[in-house]
Ligand binder design. Structure first.
Ligand code: TRH
Length: 379
């Protein structure tokens, strides 16, 4: 009988939370659903602790949720090579480790960033020979079609999400846990890069014909909020009002609570990669701000996603959505009241569209199961 394989995931935290957010989510799924003995190498335990609060940042090796979290430091000496090695986002494995890999020949995966661009299908799962050593690395591209690596999606996610969305009691408990009184306002969550036209969005909320509750988790936008409301400091738990806008400052939530926030809101502003995927899987309307890239390459990603996501929308709604996405994410963008108010008017159509899109995606195999199959086909 075959025993469950060991797997190392290497994560270098470039900036923000997406790298560790994705690696931690994948590590949990491989361990919990497939029994893989997973070790997660992270170079910055302090940032990782934001997402994994159980981490003791003074400890170089610790077990959390049956996953070993190991501190990846400059003087890397470990030479226990598992059956599967996942290098997240081309983070470059330690040289000493690669040399030992030559002897043991693990399945070496380079996990790439998500994109809806068509070329992804051609590059997914393609091998690449190491330039000097007898080693092969496979490029694993997440994506939205069956010919890509799929999306990270836990087995019970859809069920958990729909149970929560159908239960007034579960939602009430969630809002209570955040000390928020659940009122009949349009609920919007806001997670974005600070260079987004946040002030214009807040103005659009303030002039909305319907009251808006806006929830801002984490402190990334605190300086903007401070200036906008002209107050000396921002604290978790504050509720700030202007016109139709009621803005709630939330703590940085656990990944599970952040999911619940996305499930409970009527519209979600998300960014980067992992919050984007979670918003798609929340089956609610969302506006995505891609991670800014040189020469505006992120706008190609944005267009590719819109083409795929919005193809079944009515032409008017597609135009409204596209205008809002571009206004939110283009450099020097001019996000206007109309952008927001048009979206709010179309929420019912966008909502059933998002629901249908996430249902279609749920029929595809998820990223972890595709990884596991790649491994199984090799042994
Ligand atoms: O933090 P990000 O901007 O990460 C980015 C992207 O991944 C980008 O592609 C990459 O190149 C760059 O990092 C280096 O956004 P992202 O991907 O949405 O990751 C945020 C993570 O934080 C995600 O796992 C959700 C989690 N999160 C919480 O757990 N609690 C919270 O309250 C919030 C707001 C987020």
């Amino acid at each position: 009988m075959q025993t469950n394989p060991n797997c190392d995931i290497f994560c270098r935290i470039v900036d923000n939370y997406g790298d560790i957010g994705i690696c931690w989510r994948l590590a949990k799924q491989l361990s919990q659903e497939y029994g893989w003995k997973t070790r997660l190498w992270v170079d910055d335990l302090h940032i990782a602790k934001r997402l994994i609060p159980e981490i003791d940042s003074n400890v170089d090796a610790q077990i959390i949720n049956e996953i070993e979290i190991a501190h990846w430091q400059e003087n890397f000496t470990d030479n226990h090579i598992p059956q599967i090695v996942i290098e997240a986002f081309g983070c470059e494995l330690p040289e000493s480790y690669i040399k030992v890999m030559v002897t043991t020949q693990p399945l070496w995966i380079n996990l790439e960033y998500l994109s809806a661009e068509a070329w992804v299908e051609d590059f997914h799962a393609q091998p690449s020979q190491h330039p000097t050593l007898p080693l092969t690395k496979y490029f694993f591209f997440p994506g939205f079609t069956e010919n890509t690596g799929g999306l990270i999606r836990e087995k019970n996610l859809s069920d958990q999400r729909s149970t929560f969305q159908l239960s007034n009691e579960m939602q009430a408990t969630f809002w209570q846990s955040l000390n928020i009184r659940d009122e009949p306002k349009t609920k919007v969550s806001l997670f974005c890069y600070p260079h987004a036209p946040v002030t214009k969005l807040l103005d659009s909320f303030a002039t909305s014909p319907h009251p808006i509750s806006c929830f801002v988790p984490g402190n990334g936008l605190a300086p903007i909020m401070q200036q906008y409301f002209d107050i000396p400091h921002i604290e978790v738990g504050m509720m700030l009002s202007k016109g139709a806008l009621h803005l709630h400052i939330l703590p940085f939530l656990s990944q599970d609570d952040y999911d619940r926030l996305l499930w409970a809101c009527d519209l979600n502003f998300v960014r980067g990669e992992d919050s984007w995927i979670r918003a798609i899987l929340a089956a609610k309307p969302f506006i995505w701000q891609p991670y800014q890239q040189e020469q505006d390459a992120h706008l190609n990603k944005l267009e590719a996603f819109l083409t795929l996501y919005a193809k079944d929308l009515s032409p008017e709604t597609l135009e409204i959505l596209r205008a809002a996405y571009l206004a939110w994410s283009s450099p020097n963008s001019d996000f206007t009241e109309n952008n927001l108010h048009n979206i709010l008017e179309r929420l019912p159509e966008l909502s059933s569209h998002s629901d249908a899109f996430s249902t279609t995606l749920a029929l595809q195999n998820d990223l972890a199961s595709k990884l596991v199959n790649l491994y199984k086909n090799r042994v």
